[in-house]
Design a protein around this ligand. Structure first.
Ligand SMILES: C[S@@+](CC[C@H](N)C(=O)[O-])C[C@H]1O[C@@H](n2cnc3c(N)ncnc32)[C@H](O)[C@@H]1O
Length: 329
């Protein structure tokens, strides 16, 4: 049986311990792609000398950062400490980016706590050297909230620039479908729907994205065990708009390796890091799996399926998680 569902890896220390022997990168290690395209570092995003080691004098033209902003992970960490920590990796991003470059940051906004950390983060960015450019909203399918509030279905994505970077959405229309009718206006005495002026079924590149499917277990790109995987389509859109072929894309919080895979598919180079050796291994396996099978993830399986079959202890542990799960239902 290959389709062992992995529990959420980041919050399961026992599982991480059992997976560690299969991780090729230990803390401080750097994997350099034999084809010369990508790098994966088991590094701390906030540590300047470690990120300098990753860049080794080169500059990226785009950074896509997705820090662990979820409130479970930061339950203990008050906003001030979170934003101070953000300041470190923002500095490292700034120093790793070329004169004309872009930065995208995925961030959360806690409805129950003054929409933090978004507002404090935005204020911190005023002295970062970056200029604000847009505030993108991506619509999620699944939401959270009670029946006494609007269900929260948005993902906030901040877009900043340094200098005067490329913006390649000059094809005018994205692949975002039209979902609303245009307003009406008189053209040569005739009442016309505004949308008739453009026959395209798509809309111009805007900062509300409603066409991206949130990753779930039935999608090919799903990486079982990764709790915070971003959809490939969102990262591909960012990469195509804000970098050119062969440019370096930086992602200091790799996790399931979505940015690296999007870079591989779209002929960019990706330098990425994660503090956790298990997520570095998953990133590397995701690239290898794509290169050998053209698969973007492990639908109905997981990155460690082979080891689970061969490692008795690992299998027993996962079986016990399954038992626990079924007893709880
Ligand atoms: C929200 S996830 C990123 C998801 C990613 N965009 C994807 O699509 O899979 C955040 C990741 O940051 C990593 N992380 C947390 N603190 C870090 C640090 N100081 N330096 C590098 N990585 C860190 C976590 O291990 C986790 O894998």
């Amino acid at each position: 049986m290959q389709n062992f569902p992995l529990p959420r890896i980041d919050s399961d220390e026992e599982l991480q311990k059992l997976l560690l022997p299969y991780c090729r990168l230990k803390k401080g290690d750097l994997w350099i792609d034999p084809t010369g395209k990508h790098k994966i570092g088991c590094l701390d995003a906030g540590n300047a000398s470690e990120i300098n080691q990753l860049m080794n004098g080169e500059s990226a033209s785009l950074a896509v950062q997705d820090p662990p902003y979820n409130f479970v992970a930061f339950e203990e960490m008050e906003e001030k400490r979170f934003v101070d920590w953000c300041e470190n990796w923002i500095k490292n991003s700034f120093n790793s980016l070329s004169e004309n470059s872009s930065l995208y940051v995925w961030l959360g906004a806690d409805q129950k706590n003054h929409l933090q950390p978004l507002p404090d983060f935005i204020i911190m960015m005023q002295n970062s050297g970056f200029h604000s450019r847009s505030f993108i909203t991506m619509r999620n399918q699944r939401g959270y909230g009670t029946q006494k509030n609007w269900m929260s279905v948005r993902q906030e994505l901040l877009y900043y620039i340094k200098g005067n970077p490329v913006f390649n959405v000059n094809a005018e229309y994205t692949d975002i479908p039209k979902i609303l009718k245009g307003y009406y206006k008189l053209v040569a005495g005739e009442v016309m729907e505004n949308s008739e002026r453009s026959k395209s079924e798509f809309i111009r590149a805007g900062n509300v994205w409603v066409d991206i499917q949130q990753v779930f277990y039935r999608m090919e790109e799903n990486v079982n065990g990764c709790y915070a995987q971003k959809p490939l389509k969102a990262i591909e859109r960012i990469i195509n708009a804000s970098s050119d072929q062969n440019d370096i894309v930086l992602d200091l919080f790799s996790h399931s390796g979505t940015t690296l895979l999007a870079a591989e598919i779209n002929n960019r180079r990706c330098y990425t890091s994660d503090l956790n050796p298990v997520f570095c291994e998953i990133t590397l396996r995701r690239l290898e799996n794509y290169r050998s099978n053209r698969k973007t993830g492990w639908q109905n399986s997981n990155p460690f399926a082979k080891e689970i079959l061969e490692d008795k202890k690992l299998k027993e542990y996962l079986d016990s998680c399954l038992d626990l799960n079924s007893n709880n239902h």
